[in-house]
Design a protein around this ligand. Structure first.
Ligand code: SAM
Length: 282
């Protein structure tokens, strides 16, 4: 299995500043690449991940750092329940290399496996959802989350044949260029990824201390748009009637970063990454 190489970690460490003794929330623990770097820089880290398979790395880091590291095995939207405040909140969105490279999890169309695609191991799989979604639901998912043009035709083919495996689904898609976007769209839908992100970002302003930073690494235009628009609202001078009700804080935008050519050569997963950040002023 491919090792997960953290994306844009140098940029994140640069933008996050001095975190020695700081409280950092890592919303997406993954293989713990970011968390380890935050701990090594002297921070106390609280981390979320909804994938139980991350526990091997969680336990190893617990052993090494003890009480400086706290792990919450839940979706990151549950950060609304936290009573602590943080100097930095970091999201490294999407799926990890471990998830995509474990064929039986059904994220990859390169191996034949049941159509699962859940980041957690509870709740309905993509195949279960094919039984619940209508043709229109599936077409909308493919259009909105995958920008698929023949969304209606693929949606009808799915409902007609009810593919159980990744290869059965792949066989229904005539244009090879549509395969990756179809898989991405179904993954986003079954994990409710856009709602998770929106709900978590809504509570970030209330969880950040003055001078605290929120940093998001995104991998496709939909999540990037949510982050960009949210940060714009927070940094708008005149305020905005649609601003989250949990905060009346003012923020400044930090510079957007993308991977260098070298990082993309070293780690192809980095190629679509964007890092955006804001700092809370008061
Ligand atoms: C790209 S990986 C993070 C990699 C991590 N930064 C590292 O350096 O190892 C994304 C992780 O976030 C988790 N994740 C994605 N959405 C989540 C959510 N809404 N709640 C909790 N965990 C989530 C996934 O399960 C995955 O393990």
């Amino acid at each position: 299995m491919m090792k997960h190489i953290p994306v844009l970690l140098d940029a994140v460490m640069d933008v996050i500043g001095d975190i020695n003794g700081a409280n950092v929330l890592d919303a997406t623990f993954g293989a713990g690449g970011y968390t380890r770097a935050f701990l090594a820089a002297g921070a106390n880290v609280t981390a979320f991940d909804r994938d139980p398979n991350v526990m091997v790395d969680v336990n190893a880091i617990k052993q090494e750092y003890g009480n400086r590291f706290n792990f919450i095995p839940q979706p990151f939207s549950h950060m609304s329940e936290l009573s602590d405040t943080f100097d930095a909140i970091v999201f490294d969105l999407g799926i990890s290399s471990m998830q995509i490279d474990t064929p039986e999890r059904g994220f990859s169309f390169r191996a034949d496996a049941p159509l699962d695609m859940r980041m957690s191991v509870d709740g309905p799989t993509v195949y279960d959802m094919f039984g619940k979604w209508t043709v229109d639901d599936i077409a909308k998912i493919l259009r909105e989350f995958g920008d698929i043009k023949p969304s209606g035709a693929i949606a009808r083919a799915i409902k007609d044949t009810m593919p159980k495996t990744t290869f059965e689904l792949k066989d229904l898609i005539h244009n090879p260029r549509d395969i990756a976007p179809v898989f991405q769209a179904l993954r986003i839908a079954v994990n409710d990824e856009m709602c998770e992100l929106t709900r978590a970002l809504d509570v970030v302003p209330g969880l950040l201390r003055s001078g605290g930073r929120c940093i998001c690494v995104t991998f496709h235009s939909l999540e990037d748009r949510i982050v960009k628009n949210t940060f714009r609202r927070w940094t708008s001078v005149n305020g905005d009637p649609h601003m989250p009700t949990t905060e009346d804080a003012k923020f400044n935008l930090l510079k957007t970063r993308t991977p260098t050519n070298q990082e993309i050569m070293d780690n192809s997963r980095a190629r679509s990454a964007h890092m955006r950040g804001v700092i809370k002023l008061c």
